[in-house]
Write a protein that binds this ligand. Structure first.
Ligand code: FAD
Length: 448
């Protein structure tokens, strides 16, 4: 439980807030929830949406959260918080029914309901305001919003999420019949009698293919699923795998030289990006049924190990060119609709542009973060900018996902108040991860 803290003194030019959060997805919502237990801290969080919604363009009714519901906004660091998933179940009078179900996971629909419920209880959130630019003014970080409002603070937390990745060959064709998966459910779509190609073999691609095959309202003539991965593989799971989603692993990851960090992230791909086993089972049974037990339904073709490299208009439809990752053989596919389940990438939001010259950026064009998610910059030391979902290279595979969101939020709040308000000390790790003492890393970059 947080103790009473004294916030750093504010001078006569004092900022209106101690901490401003920009974007209210789950990550900043966790910061907002934990900040509620520090009444001395003046915080405000802003989102361009009119209300809380979590990836609503992909909110399939049966999709299961890939993370334990106990890794909610607060529980791992403040289990007595009123914003926990268990508090939600109790208040909604579904605690016993939920437990009796013995569910292996909670649905994304229910977790979204929980997040929106928690957001509805917080007094420090403001909706319908899009941040336009962030500048340094009068010894404060100042943010201007689209309605002209200007707000200043000593600390900013950027929580604007990832940017959909649109391959260059798709960009001239974006529109009604070629769109990113994140918009799949955001508007009514007609797939009747069409050939629909889903590009991307991750969980999102799998959920869309399953929807195309099983949703009674969809009547495509043919579904093509193209993946650049060698197999349609399930998530790697189990206690030992899950140990990489712990604070202790993050510490050892941070001690590694950059080359080893890249290898670690690549080797852990299936621990975070694999397919949910229940989705794999359902999809396999459906493909089997269509292949062997039915001859009147749409065809499904699965193409693994193919990189799509080009897309061209072909009359009313499209021609895709793909290349085998193994043989380099080139093939062509005809299709009417293309769904780009090509993932998302971390990116600094446009409103940070005025501050860009003051930030230290890495070779991927992302800001450098320290262990407490603070961006490296040459501004005044008492003003801090923190980045959520920007630390895949600095913090490893866990960064884009929710496993450590409460721990990360508490890490940031501890840094803002300048004390160990939340106790984040860890027990000794179950697995002794490879780690490199800091002097050895220095020795590699600064040979004697
Ligand atoms: C379909 C899907 C399912 C997932 N399932 C899981 C899972 O089961 N387990 C797991 O651990 N992870 C999962 N993830 C990964 C991760 O947990 C989510 O992507 C999560 O939403 C990331 O939270 P976020 O707060 O960083 O960003 P987001 O949820 O993307 O929220 C960003 C917010 O910023 C706002 N915003 C953007 N620009 C501005 C601006 N200029 N001004 C104001 N507001 C702005 C947006 O409106 C948005 O509300 C999933 C991801 C997806 C896409």
């Amino acid at each position: 439980m947080p103790q009473i803290v004294k916030m750093p003194e504010r001078n006569q030019h004092s900022s209106a807030y101690d901490l401003l959060g920009l974007g209210i997805g789950p990550f900043n919502l966790s910061v907002a929830a934990l900040a509620q237990s520090i009444p001395q801290m003046r915080t405000a969080f802003f989102d361009q949406k009119q209300e809380f919604k979590w990836h609503h363009g992909l909110m399939f009714s049966g999709s299961i959260l890939q993370t334990s519901f106990l890794k909610d906004l607060v529980t791992p660091v403040e289990p007595t918080s009123p914003y926990s998933f268990l508090a939600f179940l109790v208040e909604k009078k579904r605690f016993y029914d939920f437990l009796a179900g013995g569910f292996t996971g909670v649905t994304r629909v229910e977790f979204n309901e929980y997040l929106a419920w928690a957001a509805g209880k917080m007094s420090n959130l403001q909706w319908g305001r899009s941040a336009q630019d962030a500048t340094l003014k009068d010894d404060a970080l100042t943010v201007t919003f689209d309605d002209g409002r200007v707000v200043s603070s000593k600390n900013l937390v950027i929580g604007t999420g990832m940017t959909p990745f649109l391959p260059h060959w798709s960009q001239p064709h974006l529109g009604e019949n070629c769109f990113h998966a994140s918009n799949y459910l955001s508007q009514d779509r007609c797939f009747d009698n069409k050939c629909v190609t889903v590009i991307g073999g991750g969980q999102t691609g799998a959920e869309i293919v399953l929807d195309l095959l099983t949703n009674q309202q969809r009547k495509p003539k043919e579904v093509l699923w193209i993946s650049n991965l060698p197999r349609f593989s399930p998530l790697e799971e189990g206690g030992f795998v899950d140990q990489v989603f712990t604070p202790g692993y993050v510490s050892s990851y941070q001690s590694l030289p950059e080359r080893s960090q890249l290898q670690e992230v690549a080797s852990q791909k299936l621990a975070s990006d694999g397919l949910t086993p229940s989705t794999v089972d359902e999809l396999y049974a459906e493909v089997y049924r269509r292949k062997h037990l039915s001859n009147n339904e749409c065809n499904i073709t699965l193409l693994s190990g193919r990189n799509v490299i080009a897309m061209e208009r072909n009359g009313p439809s499209y021609q895709l060119t793909s290349q085998s990752a193994i043989s380099e053989q080139v093939e062509q596919q005809q299709t009417d609709i293309v769904v780009l389940a090509t993932g998302a990438r971390p990116a600094l939001p446009d409103f940070m542009e005025p501050l860009l010259p003051r930030l230290s950026m890495d070779e991927n064009g992302l800001p450098e973060l320290d262990s407490s998610y603070k961006l490296a910059w040459d501004g005044p030391k008492n003003l801090q900018i923190f980045g959520l979902n920007l630390g895949l290279s600095s913090h490893g595979i866990v960064d884009p996902q929710m496993s450590l969101m409460a721990w990360r939020a508490a890490t940031i709040l501890n840094r803002v108040v300048g004390s160990e308000l939340f106790d984040l000390d860890e027990d000794e790790q179950m697995i002794k991860w490879p780690s490199v003492p800091q002097e050895s890393v220095l020795a590699q970059v600064m040979p004697a």
